[in-house]
Design a protein around this ligand. Structure first.
Ligand code: NDP
Ligand code: 8X3
Length: 265
């Protein structure tokens, strides 16, 4: 039960963390259209359950969802043991779960925000990757795709700890590629600029008006734009490893250089 050159993901298993919203949800839809079997994880069970019927309708032959907080190392270990036992080690792992909290100068930052970002974006990604990789190596195939960010390339005011977590993701993508030399396992990152999702609502703890202003006056990237890039990266032939993809909206050329419509300076 493997994919063919024309349908490379048919019956392949794609695992996506943070699949209950935004980019992760869009990735689930993109891989469903390709006929992939989906293993989805996030904390909001009701969101995952609501998503499942549409994924089956789009063409996914199987959708397994799991309520998971990637910060919980024990839960990650137990879950992946279950996946291994039931033959669900993925061909593609999309390490997408992540978030930002706040935009304060570092000297005014909240410790709880730092803990949440570091524990999710860095340690959560490490938990899932560390536990899955030996299985991927054993099965002789696998592709890890990390959601980095342009925030992992260039810092911006108030980005401080979020920037640090995404610099860490970039370092881990590079480091994993070194550690996996000689294996068929590929490691990639997709590093977007502004994507209009729930990201800024989460960053500003539900302040929707402030979140809306982040994307005002420009055509931001959509979650579907990023999902298409993730799908493309994953669809490269096995001897091709696209290590890094940086993508901005055309109106944005750097985290802090954005051309907005004149009425939204
Ligand atoms: P959303 O807020 O729309 O989605 C984030 C997803 O991550 C949700 O499904 C959420 O699910 C999940 N998540 C958060 N914390 C955890 C956790 N502890 N355990 C499991 N799942 C978790 O944001 P985006 O889709 O925009 O963000 C997805 C990724 O893309 C993040 O890594 C983000 O840093 C990155 N990114 C986003 C950009 C943007 O501009 N939007 C640009 C560059 C990168 P739940 O709450 O149900 O657990
Ligand atoms: C998300 C993009 O610029 O809001 O990583 O940090 S940005």
């Amino acid at each position: 039960m493997t994919g063919s050159p024309s349908r490379p993901f048919a019956n392949r298993i794609v695992l996506i963390t943070g699949a209950s919203a935004g980019i992760g949800e869009a990735c689930a839809r993109a891989f469903a259209r390709e006929g992939a079997r989906l293993v989805l994880a996030a904390r909001r069970r009701e969101r995952l359950e609501a998503l499942t019927p549409s994924l089956l309708e789009l063409g996914a032959p199987e959708v397994i969802s799991h309520t998971l907080d990637v910060r919980d190392r024990g839960a990650v270990i137990d879950w992946i043991a279950q996946l291994a036992a039931s033959g669900h080690i993925p061909d593609v792992l999309v390490n997408n779960a992540g978030l930002s909290r706040g935009l304060s100068p570092l000297h005014e930052g909240e410790f709880r925000d730092w803990d949440e970002m570091i524990d999710t974006n860095v340690k959560g990604l490490l938990h899932v990757t560390r536990v899955l990789l030996p299985h991927m190596i054993e099965q002789g195939r696998g592709h890890v795709i990390n959601l980095g960010s342009t925030a992992g390339h260039i810092v911006y005011p108030g980005g401080n700890v979020y920037n640090a977590t995404k610099f860490a993701v970039r370092a881990l993508t590079e480091a994993l590629n070194l550690d996996l030399v000689g294996t068929p396992i590929r490691v990639s990152s997709v590093d977007p600029g502004l994507v209009e999702t729930e990201f800024s609502i989460v960053r500003f703890r539900g302040d929707e008006e402030r979140a809306r202003r982040v994307y005002e006056g420009l055509e931001a990237l959509t979650a579907a734009d990023i999902a298409e890039i993730v799908r493309y990266v994953a669809s490269a032939p096995p001897h091709v490893n696209i290590v890094q993809t940086v993508v901005y909206p055309t109106a944005q050329r750097s985290p802090w250089l954005i051309a907005r419509e004149p009425e939204h300076p």
